[in-house]
Design a protein around this ligand. Sequence first.
Ligand code: CU
Length: 142
Amino acid sequence: MLTVALVAGLIGGFYLSSIYGTASTASISTSRPVANIQLFIFAVQESKMPWAFVSSGVSNPTIRVKLGSNVQIILNNTGVALHDWALDSISPSPYSVRTEEVRPGESGAISFVADKLGSFTYHCATPGHREYGMQGQIIIEG
Ligand SMILES: [Cu+2]
C-alpha cells in the first residue's frame, strides 16, 4: 500500500514537473498568440422585397462569433444603391461599427474585436434600407 502511494506520488510529481517544464519553455516565446479571425462576406439583394444581406445563398444570416474574435466583414455591393454594414447603437448594440457607404459594384470592409457578449442586430444604416429588410442577427458567445 505504501509502495503504491509512493509510486503514485513519484508519477504525479513527474507529471507536474513536466507540465511546469512545458509552461516555462512556452514562456520563452515572445510571439503573441494569433487572434481568432472570423470572416463574413456579404452580397446585397435588392432586386425584390425584402432586401437582404446575402452570404452563401442565405438572406440575412444569423452569424455566430466567438467572444474575443477579430471579426472581419466584407460587403460586396452587388446592388444598385449605396449600402453599408453596421452594428451600432441604433441596432441597438454596445458596438460602434460601420463600413463606409459602399457604392454599387464596389466593396467595403471593416473589422472589430467582438469583446461584448450578446445577441444584436446588424443592419444597413443607409436610410430606409433596414425597413426594406436589410438586417440580421449577430450572436457573440463565450
Ligand atoms: Cu442598404
